[in-house]
Write a protein that binds this ligand. Structure first.
Ligand code: T5A
Length: 212
């Protein structure tokens, strides 16, 4: 039996980690085996690369940055994602290739197709069955990050133009693949975001909907 790859995307602070935890609980209550992973990270090599890409004291060239995320992803896919899907699990993945397309392809200006190419190589062309995109307005996002009261990491320290470009890129990606993307208003209260996400997963139990 083949599992399902469900990715959660959106800007920093949109509520992805919160949603992934809530979704996992809700799906497990329904008897669905679920695994949770995050990017970059999830396995030893990728967690070490995470430390590097988030380090505010490092200068990281945009192309090097794209390759570091792709390398972390390649290791995660080989070590955890493909085995979980082969086991029949539903895998909830906090960020995947669309993050690189939006952040490096658009935010850093490397180009969507250029970044897609290195990620196709990294993942062997693996595609999510469903992508939940948490769309958040700048004011709500800022409020959440302020309330969290953590120092910004290297990526979070970038300016408004960077995040505006990323938000636009996510919208473009969602419009290009409406059958894969399910867009959710992330400014809603947590329970409503979770309800919307569960609606967005309808149809995934259908055996025809499986990750390659
Ligand atoms: N990156 C990553 C790239 O540039 N390219 C890539 O290919 C990849 C994979 C990762 C960084 O790397 C970049 C993107 C990132 O900058 P990270 O720390 O993993 O770094 O960053 P994020 O994935 O963005 O995680 P965050 O924790 O910053 O944001 P989340 O997970 O979206 O938000 P969450 O759930 O932590 O919530 C933020 C706050 O809001 C509250 C939460 O309690 C929390 O305090 N909250 C809500 N409040 C009210 N209503 C709701 N509905 C709420 N939902 C959450």
């Amino acid at each position: 039996m083949s599992g399902r790859l469900i990715t959660v995307e959106g800007l920093d602070g949109a509520g992805k980690t919160t949603l992934v935890k809530g979704l996992a609980s809700a799906l497990r209550e329904r008897g669905q085996p679920v695994e949770i992973l995050r990017e970059p990270g999830g396995v030893v090599l990728a967690e070490r690369l995470r430390t590097i890409v988030k380090d505010p004291d490092l200068f990281v060239d945009a192309r090097a940055e794209a390759l570091l995320y792709a390398a972390a992803r390649a290791q995660l896919v080989a070590e955890r994602v493909r085995p979980a899907l082969a086991n029949g699990s539903w895998l909830l993945l906090d960020r995947f290739v669309d993050s690189s397309l939006a952040y490096q392809g658009s935010g850093r200006g490397l180009g969507l197709e250029e970044v897609r190419a290195i990620n196709d190589f990294a993942t062997g062309g693996l595609k999510p069955d469903r992508t939940l995109l948490l769309r958040i307005d700048p004011a709500t996002r800022k409020q959440r990050l302020t309330e969290r009261d953590e120092a910004p990491d290297r990526i979070e320290a970038a300016g408004h133009a960077f995040f505006d470009a990323i938000a636009q890129a996510y919208d473009t990606l969602a419009a290009a693949e409406p059958e894969r993307f399910y867009v959710i208003d992330a400014a809603q209260e947590r329970s409503r975001v979770l309800t919307a996400a569960l609606e967005g997963l309808q149809g995934l139990s259908d055996p025809a909907a499986s990750a390659d």
